[in-house]
Design a protein around this ligand. Structure first.
Ligand code: FES
Length: 155
C-alpha cells in the first residue's frame, strides 16, 4: 500500500503533454516519466496506446517488446519471459489447454487487467497522456514503487 502510493504520484487526471504527434509516430515507442510514473507510449497501426513501462510479471522493460496480435488482441510481448499484454486494456493473456480435454486443445485465457494503461489524446498535432485514476491495485503498480524499482535493478 505504501509502495503503491509512492509509485503513483498524483494521478489526478490532468493532461500531460508528451510530444508532437509526428515525432511519436516516428519513434513508435516513447518513454516518459509523468508525475513520477514511468510510462511507455506506443504508436501502432495508426493508434496510440500508453501503459506502465515495466512488466507486471517481474519488471521487464516493455519498451523493447515485440507487438503481435493474439486471440484478436494487439499485444506487447515482454522481452524477459514473453508474457503477452493487450495494448488497449493491459490484460494479461496466455494460452493453455485443459488437461481433462482429450485431445488437448490449446485456448487463449485472460488473467484480467494486469498492466495499468493510460489514456492518450491528440489535439492539433500535440499528444497528451492522462494517467489512469483507477484506484484499485493493478499488478504493474508494484514496479513503479520503491521496492519494485530495487528489484527491477537486480533482475
Ligand atoms: Fe515480463 Fe517476466 S518480466 S514476462
Amino acid at each position: 500500500e505504501k509502495d503503491r502510493k509512492k509509485g503513483l504520484g498524483k494521478p489526478n487526471g490532468e493532461l500531460h503533454f508528451v510530444g508532437k504527434k509526428d515525432e511519436l509516430i516516428e519513434a513508435k515507442r516513447t518513454f516518459r516519466t509523468l508525475d513520477g510514473r514511468d510510462i511507455l507510449i506506443i504508436h501502432h497501426q495508426g493508434a496510440f496506446f500508453a501503459m506502465d513501462s515495466y512488466c507486471y510479471h517481474s519488471g521487464g522493460m516493455l519498451q523493447n517488446g515485440d507487438i503481435e496480435e493474439f486471440d484478436g488482441k494487439m499485444c506487447i510481448v515482454c522481452p524477459r519471459h514473453k508474457f503477452k499484454i493487450s495494448l488497449a486494456k493491459g490484460e494479461g493473456i496466455y494460452k493453455a489447454s485443459d488437461p481433462r480435454e482429450k485431445p488437448l486443445v490449446p485456448r487463449w485465457y485472460s488473467k484480467g487487467v494486469k498492466q495499468r494503461t493510460h489514456t492518450v489524446t491528440e489535439t492539433n498535432g500535440d499528444v497528451y497522456v492522462r494517467l489512469s485514476t483507477e484506484s484499485c491495485w493493478i499488478d504493474s503498480d508494484y514496479y513503479q514503487g520503491e521496492k519494485g524499482k530495487i528489484e527491477r535493478a537486480k533482475a
